[in-house]
Design a protein around this ligand. Sequence first.
Ligand code: ADP
Ligand code: ZN
Ligand code: ZN
Length: 736
Amino acid sequence: MLKPYADVIIDITHAAVDRVFQYEIPEELSERVFPGARVRVPFGQGNRLRDGYIVGFSEKTDYDPLRIKKLEAVCEDGMPIEGQLIRLAAWMKERYGGAMIQALKTVLPVKRKLKAVEKRYLVRQAGAEECEELLALCRKKNQKARVRFLEALAADETLPYEMVVQKLRVSPASFRPFLERGICRLETKSSFRSPLAGELSPGTGVSLNEEQQQAVRGILSAWRGDKRPCYLHGITGSGKTEVYMEVIRQVAAEGKQAIVLIPEIALTWQTVMRFYRQFGDRVSIVHSRLSAGEKSDQMERARRGGLDIMIGPRSALFTPFPDLGLIIIDEEHEAAYKSETVPRYHAVDTAIERCRLAGAMTVLGSATPSAASYYRAQNGEYHFFQMKTRAKEASVLPSVEIVDLREELKGGNRGIFSRRLRELMEETLMRGEQILLFLNRRGYAGFVSCRACGKPVRCPHCDVSLKVHRDGTLKCHYCGYEMPIPRACPSCGSGYIAGFGTGTQKVEAMVNAMFPEAGVLRRDMDPPSKKGSHNAILSAFADGKADILIGTQMIVKGHDFPRVTLVGILAADLSLYSGGYEAGERTFSLLTQAAGRAGRDSLPGHVVIQSYSPEHYSVEAAASQDYEGFYWHEILYRKLLRYPPVYRMLSLLITSREEEAAAAMAGTVKGEAESVNEEGLLELVGPAKASVARINDSYRYLFYAKCEEEGPLLELKQRIEALDWGNQVQYQFDME
Ligand code: ADP
Ligand code: ZN
Ligand code: ZN
């Protein structure tokens, strides 16, 4: 008797999932129960039979075991979408930790009372002859409004109410007699609001080139075949979006639905519009700025078969499509696909699991694949397709130069613009073309680097940058290594130690001083509050209302600026020092994407990358747009230092308001991990006090375990979960 009690939820709504009821599992059903199974259970005082879903199992019950009711039956008539999502939640809980209830709230749609938009119509009931007679009568009486109405009704059986009142200017009093006599009737249809309605009129697509057609054929044959995930690696501007649309068109033609994940709607509005132009009302979007009601409407439209395609960020993954065929994840390498809150799921793995449950297929795409995904593709876990040329005629990749900022400093230039970049800016402005200046600020805060040699201060054990701690020391956030902030650079002895401290505002002021004539726009990192504000700046720039656009990484994605021929990346390597093992990968992808903004049309593009570490493989490979070159370096580094994807890594964050309780629990975890690791399969790091050890007055410890196999890590996770955590200490897992 491993699973004596089933936890059942009766009412599948977001708000009601914490009301779990326990039922005993009769012997004869014990083989057929699993999380997500639909069951019939006796409920309430009259023991009326109701449907519910199993969300988990318990060994013990808080109720009197003799009075607990039994499951009546397990329904076998296929698995409804809710059951599938509950199974997915169980998988997420197992893999990423957290409570089942948190996982359920993540996957189950927020159900609200539907606020359908009601549309009224006047529908003709009478035959043509009767109408003709009436019409003649009204003409004779010179009742002009009624004549207009009857003429319209004769031409069109169904007239929208609004149209009659507003366009035909026929008042309800005029047509009420017709309703009373049964000439026509009033009909109310409810439809759901679409966040896209009225945006654009449908247009026509492009015809795919040979590379694109090959990708489409490959992906579709995988879809009809083993349904292993597909990876589409295509350079910036190679036309991946067109490939997704064509694949979806064919999948939808077979009655299946598709989910398209994009990192951020506001940044990819152009992409959304391309889908809308092709698929019209069969596509919808969800995003964080929709109200709960609007979101719920979209989910309900999807569940009832009113949509073929849902586009959105991470959470769109859980769209309750009844017959899902495809999940596409564009810009797969983006950090936004990893949830920062519990359950800390990754959209890629979760999509693959959802597809496995639904008999669907995942397609991943990027110009700069994450090392983790590329590694899996190389190992044959994914089908792999490549596109190496830009899709638009005459559009070629830009020429890229790297400028060494250390040399600039030696040459007496302490400004943030190198001489070469200034020169090219001048030339570009003279030709009347546009410039994009890109300030790589990611990870800028909190580390210390040298302006003379460019080296950050690194952890001797983990090879990641040390972060500045509150008490003024430098700390490693993996192992806890600690040292005071040095006065001189440990690598070259220079006293110019401290970062490239510049914000977009300062850059703007300098540009204004250098080129007083030029029109300058600035776009910062802070997320736009409304859908419009962000686009307003980008649209103004796209329309040629300014010569120079300054911004952070937010400006580099998803936008075509045909007249941009120069991209200047002011301090390319700041993101190299962000402190995590993925810093090299992030830098490569940001630089490649930024460089990819130049020369999108027929004008040739130039890119200047200013860097303190021009010899770093991430910078060099981005300059030559050489993904493979980057990858082989990166994977070697990961292997040497035992980081994912070569090794699996389990991390644990321990937090408490009580300093001693946190420290004590950290010690217990360490002891437990060591006892699990008797055979020495695991590499254990920490627990160490986290670099920002007190956030919101809580004490934080980080612990890592690395292993080539996932199995021992999952076992360790279970053992840690089974520890007595009391109620003073909280914990959070992450699995990479
Ligand atoms: P990616 O998603 O790979 O960056 P896009 O799908 O956004 O590329 O395509 C880049 C540009 O090329 C877009 O403006 C798109 O309209 C255009 N494009 C894509 N495919 C074709 C094609 N077959 N013929 C002409 N233009 C194309
Ligand atoms: Zn130095
Ligand atoms: Zn370290």
